[in-house]
Design a protein around this ligand. Structure first.
Ligand code: HEC
Ligand code: HEC
Ligand code: HEC
Ligand code: HEC
Length: 214
């Protein structure tokens, strides 16, 4: 009882130093709780189950399941967020991750709520535009999400086809192209590129999804 009395005495007697201490402590605790909730929400919304809960019917998921990024000889899988969301390991990337959630994520939820894509047909009409958005985003990051798993440094180019090795070596030296410039359509059905229509297709381009399917 003595302890309770002492605590009560401290709480009831106004002591500026003590009050400030309490405020700081409560503020700090609230900050920690806020950060934990924020951090875990960011990570929880990265799971494939969540993405697929909305993106199951449109084909993006089915196509992905046919790709080498879903299942391959060595058993390393890339899930949706591995390619679509920055990993947030550096402060810079943490901010990019948050921005991706804020912009792409809230757009996703908004369009889902207003029912922009009630049918697969409606989604298909928008796919070309979305593919371009995604590619533009990846180019702006110099395919950083791809490089999370792949690096020229770790590639044994002797093991690659001659044409691939030649292109990779050139890109490694000149950095004039980024991964997705040549490797669009690795997971999803490749969409026609509106800004490329009519023009010659990039002759550097690696084979599209179909020839890469297992
Ligand atoms: C609440 C439902 C919902 C969830 C959850 C969701 N999406 Fe979406 N997503 C949508 C809708 C609807 C669109 C179409 C939005 C539009 O018109 O731009 C979309 C569009 C996209 C696009 C195209 C974006 C663009 O810039 O045009 C990508 C990429 C995408 N989603 C990836 C993901 C990934 C990865 C996840 C999981 C981390 C995810 N989505 C979770 C509903 C959802
Ligand atoms: C989570 C790790 C991971 C990420 C992220 C990732 N990859 Fe891969 N990638 C792999 C694995 C594993 C394989 C399969 C290797 C095998 O065939 O055994 C693969 C295979 C490939 C292949 C050859 C097979 C095919 O489908 O053509 C290409 C090309 C490729 N990745 C490009 C990319 C690009 C471009 C990105 C970014 C948009 C990317 N990868 C992101 C892990 C990853
Ligand atoms: C100038 C075009 C070009 C660029 C840029 C490029 N690649 Fe490739 N890549 C190719 C070609 C061509 C092939 C062989 C055809 C194929 O597998 O699609 C290839 C093959 C691959 C393969 C399969 C290798 C194998 O032996 O199975 C992987 C993995 C790959 N690239 C990853 C990447 C990554 C990651 C980047 C960015 C860091 C990148 N590439 C940049 C043209 C390019
Ligand atoms: C290996 C990397 C990779 C993985 C894994 C991946 N995507 Fe993508 N995604 C891309 C790339 C690259 C594009 C740009 C268009 C293209 O090249 O296909 C794209 C485009 C999209 C688009 C725009 C529409 C379209 O068809 O182009 C949506 C929606 C999308 N992805 C959702 C998903 C969902 C949902 C998952 C998980 C089930 C997923 N992605 C897994 C790399 C990936």
């Amino acid at each position: 009882m003595g302890l309770l009395k002492k605590i009560w005495a401290l709480l009831s007697r106004p002591n500026p130093k003590f009050a400030l201490g309490i405020i700081l402590l409560v503020g700090f605790a609230a900050g920690v709780v806020f950060f934990l909730v924020f951090h875990f929400t960011m990570n929880a919304t990265n799971s494939m189950t969540i993405c697929v809960s909305c993106h199951e019917m449109e084909g993006v998921y089915e196509e992905y399941k046919e790709s080498k990024h879903y299942s391959n000889r060595t058993g390393v899988r890339a899930v949706c967020s591995d390619c679509h969301v920055p990993d947030g390991k550096t402060i810079d990337d943490y901010i990019s991750k948050f921005m991706a959630k804020l912009t792409i994520g809230s757009k996703d939820i908004y369009h889902h709520l207003i029912g922009t894509f009630p049918t697969k047909e409606a989604f298909d009409k928008e796919r070309g535009r979305m593919a371009q958005n995604v590619l533009a985003y990846m180019r702006s990051r110099d395919s950083k999400e791809c490089r999370r798993c792949h690096s020229f440094d770790a590639m044994n180019m002797e093991d690659q086809e001659k044409s691939a090795a030649r292109k990779h070596k050139r890109v490694m030296e000149s950095a004039d192209k980024t991964c997705v410039d040549c490797h669009a359509g690795i997971v999803h059905k490749e969409q026609a590129e509106p800004d490329e229509k009519g023009k010659d297709k990039d002759k550097d381009k690696a084979a599209g999804s179909d020839s890469n399917k297992k």
